[in-house]
Design a binder for this molecule. Sequence first.
Ligand code: GDP
Length: 311
Amino acid sequence: MEKNAKIYIAGHRGMVGSAIHRKLRALGFDNLLLRTSDKLDLRNQQAVADFFAAEQPEYVFLAAAKVGGILANNALRADFLYDNLAIQNNVVHQAYVHGVKKLLFLGSSCIYPKLAPQPIKEEYLLTGLLEPTNEPYAIAKIAGIKLCEAYHDQYGCNFISVMPTNLYGYHDNYHPEHSHVLPALLLRLHEAKAANQPTVTVWGSGKPMREFLFADDLADACVFLMGSYDDPQLVNVGTGEDLSIKELAYLIKSIVGYEGELVFDPSKPDGTPRKLMDVSKLQALGWHHTTSLEMGVRLVYEDFLASCSGQ
Ligand code: GDP
């Protein structure tokens, strides 16, 4: 990508899009095209067509999506399927119509079968049943990957797909029910510390294993792949290391400085038992994450405290 190339970041206010935005700015890209969802509803086919016709972006990072944690995915099944299909159909198709030089589509590790062998290689896609709690979201993301592949095969478009593992970072969603585990526990433990609560509830058994990647590291990988990878075959992005939800809860507890007890609530769903990405393809291309989980959680908690004191 040339430094003055016109680059559209779809979803620039979300956790991933804002990290890509920061990264591109830091690297000196200054012709960035941004639209908030109240100015451009990416589910609206005509609005997206008009936007591409008027702006003619050269590169697209497709980081806009309806996202949420295990309960949101399960409760808002229609919204997760419809909104994500509509957003990606509109953006990918208009990128083709307007000759975008390269598009990067962001998926998620939940596209892989619930019981995929671990660590999960890219070729395990569509080899088994999905985790039921996030099946609508996963089906939409799988359709997005296949859309990018099909536009590559039929029209020669340079559209690539990147599958990040579970993410956390700045501008995360702290909704008490709809967020992901890491921001949910950060908020709950922080509030319990402030209120001197004797116990904090952690959903599920604590046994599921999860891998976590700092969103700024993902942004770095996306910019790296945008510059160096032209294959329609998807690429996993992760750290290659995981831990149990129980270990994660104790890590966050120590960073927040909460001194009460953790109580596990087995009435809440565990979801997939394990989803560790095989990142050997990405590492062979020359990319490696740089932020350890402990460092990343510290950075996020500092940012969280700063935003609390700023309010
Ligand atoms: P998942 O990776 O798609 O299952 O997404 P989540 O981040 O929502 O959940 C990961 C794991 O953390 C699941 O086993 C949850 O049951 C567990 N978990 C523990 N406490 C919480 C919580 O407060 N919120 C969420 N979302 N998950 C939690």
